[in-house]
Write a protein that binds this ligand. Structure first.
Ligand SMILES: C[S@@+](CC[C@H](N)C(=O)[O-])C[C@H]1O[C@@H](n2cnc3c(N)ncnc32)[C@H](O)[C@@H]1O
Length: 274
């Protein structure tokens, strides 16, 4: 493999394109990262320059190359019950939410769900805390921009080392144990899976098509790559989809600088609509 240079002009092209398509704001320092992470890809494709790769990227109407590019420059890292302080907070919030319900219906959006651990955690959490879980009409909308992580989420199959960290009783109730040729895998049970609607969805460019509001919205560790303008715009749109008193959950390293008149901090990176 030979090393291909990324010229400043080429970097500027990627920067504009990625900002417009995905909302990710690439600083000058990301030039080295792109060069390092995409050199192998250019070699695989038999391309001799980043200029050629740029043309390849923008002419791929399937969106697969954009997915590849975004995965190369960002992270899909996730895990079951990530941000433990938030799940503790939700334990005390859940009875309040249930008490306010007129219908036995729960709607939650996991925006930027990656490989599915977040939406499945929401369901495991509800299954654990609602004694009459089966009698509720529960739907989790789980969206991501990457078709690759969504395929993993839809398959709902996880490595033993990820799943076996959960309480045994929860594992038994929520997963089927699969014995592969060389390693144990766990598959999410249909009773949970059927409650998730997975969709390919770009938070920056796709229209907000939703007819109904959500009881809560998770958008954790997604907006870290967005600039302030996109972050504010997106949070503004989230608030329109939340009834008063409902929470928006961000990643623990994220905080809001705008919308303070409409969103109140109530827990670890948890904001309630006022
Ligand atoms: C670090 S993961 C976070 C997963 C999960 N929310 C969590 O906190 O564990 C960030 C996810 O956001 C997705 N993402 C990034 N930009 C996006 C966009 N513009 N629209 C939708 N999803 C996006 C990525 O594909 C990735 O799967």
């Amino acid at each position: 493999m030979f090393e291909i240079e990324l010229k400043p002009k080429e970097f500027a092209l990627f920067r504009t394109y990625i900002y417009e398509k995905v909302g990710i704001s690439l600083s000058e320092q990301k030039s080295t990262l792109i060069k390092g992470r995409l050199n192998k890809r250019l070699n695989q494709l038999g391309l001799g320059s980043f200029g050629e790769y740029y043309n390849y990227l923008i002419s791929d109407t399937s969106g697969d190359e954009l997915t590849f590019f975004v995965s190369a420059i960002s992270t899909n890292v996730t895990s079951f019950f990530r941000e433990s302080a938030q799940w503790k907070w939700l334990e005390s919030y859940l009875p309040e939410m249930i008490a306010s319900k007129k219908e036995k219906k729960i709607r939650i959006w996991s925006a930027g769900c990656s490989s599915g651990e977040e939406p499945y955690t929401i369901l495991m959490f509800l299954q654990h805390h609602l004694s009459d879980f089966e009698s509720w009409d529960i739907k989790i909308l789980a969206t991501d921009i990457s078709s690759k992580v969504l395929s993993h989420a839809i398959a709902g199959q996880y490595d033993a080392k990820q799943v076996e960290q959960l309480p045994r009783e929860m594992v038994a109730r929520s997963f089927e144990r699969l014995h592969g040729s060389d390693q144990v895998k766990y598959k999410v049970r249909p009773v949970l899976k059927e409650k998730v609607l997975f969709r390919l969805y770009n938070l920056i460019t796709d229209p907000f098509f939703f007819k109904n509001k959500f009881d809560m919205i998770f958008c954790r560790n997604v907006m870290i790559y967005f600039d302030d303008a996109n972050r504010q715009e997106l949070v503004g749109r989230f608030t329109q989809l939340l009834p008063k008193g409902s929470p928006l959950l961000l990643g623990s390293s994220e905080s809001l600088t705008a919308h303070k008149d409409i969103l109140k901090l109530v827990g670890s990176s948890i904001y309630k609509k006022i």
